[in-house]
Design a protein around this ligand. Structure first.
Ligand code: ADP
Length: 250
């Protein structure tokens, strides 16, 4: 059973055969934003805060794969099974699979509430494909937010990250622990460490980020869309910086 938050972006999470029944309040003007940042930097948390502020959906490709992972084996297509193997190892899923998945969810890009793309694009090829899809849909990006933090600090964050299996919110063992160890404060669900947050996979994800995703910073800089946001502080401070960068009151 999807949670209410998932229900509000069910088309994104499950595909075009699952029309959304609940929409967040549309904002004017709708924002069309891309979020970039190394794994574990806290980009997902910022996406959630932005989603609440703007009423737009957090379109996370990682979430799509995590939902697909929980589906019964017989519902998994060969492409999804292959994608999940890459994900487990911390590697990037092939561009063709990810682009097909986004293409199938184009209606989410057209949504009147705008969008917050989180985790896509991840390669220059994917960025080109996103440009193509947006052109077809007569949409343009407003900004690309690049969340920045030194690598050792990122590793500390990832090592301590625990996620609620039910409602997906994140905790940190020392910086943001739950009231009862291993139990979500909000919904009582069990907390777990993501498979790709284990040290072996984190190392691969960092390398992949540097090789495949950092070139996107140049790509969007050249297009005049890039906004750098330092995120060494708490999530609310980073959020206030994001709002300031977008010249909006938090
Ligand atoms: P992170 O916490 O590393 O930012 P995500 O939740 O965005 O991770 O994604 C988890 C995993 O899903 C990635 O490590 C990768 O295997 C896969 N994935 C998600 N988005 C993409 C993408 N755009 N291109 C390729 N692989 C992706």
């Amino acid at each position: 059973m999807p949670t209410p938050r998932q229900q509000a972006r069910i088309t994104w999470l499950k595909g075009a055969d699952f029309p959304c029944e609940q929409f967040p309040e549309p904002q004017s003007p709708p924002r069309h934003l891309v979020l970039l940042g190394a794994p574990g930097i806290g980009k997902g948390t910022q996406a959630e805060l932005l989603a609440r502020k703007f009423g737009a959906c957090q379109l996370s490709t990682g979430d799509v794969f995590r939902i697909a992972k929980r589906a019964p084996e017989e519902e998994k297509t060969p492409a999804i099974r292959e994608a999940l193997q890459y994900m487990k190892a911390g590697k990037l899923v092939p561009d063709s699979t990810v682009v097909a998945l986004v293409e199938e969810r184009k209606s989410c890009l057209r949504c009147s509430t705008g969008f917050l793309l989180d985790g896509f694009p991840r390669t220059v090829f994917q960025a080109g494909e996103l440009d193509r899809i947006l052109r077809q849909e007569q949409l343009t990006l407003d900004a690309v937010l690049s969340y920045d933090l030194a690598e050792d600090k990122i590793l500390e964050r990832v090592n301590g990250r625990r996620v609620c299996a039910t409602c997906k919110i994140s905790y940190h063992l020392t910086d943001h622990p739950p009231k009862v160890a291993g139990v979500c404060d909000r919904c009582g669900g069990p907390l777990y460490q993501r498979e790709d947050d284990r040290p072996e996979a984190v190392h691969v994800r960092m390398e992949t980020y540097l090789q495949s995703t950092e070139p996107l910073i140049d790509y969007y800089q050249r297009k005049g869309l890039l906004v750098h946001i330092e995120c060494g502080d708490t999530p609310p401070v980073t959020f206030a910086r994001t709002m300031a960068a977008l010249k909006i009151k938090a």
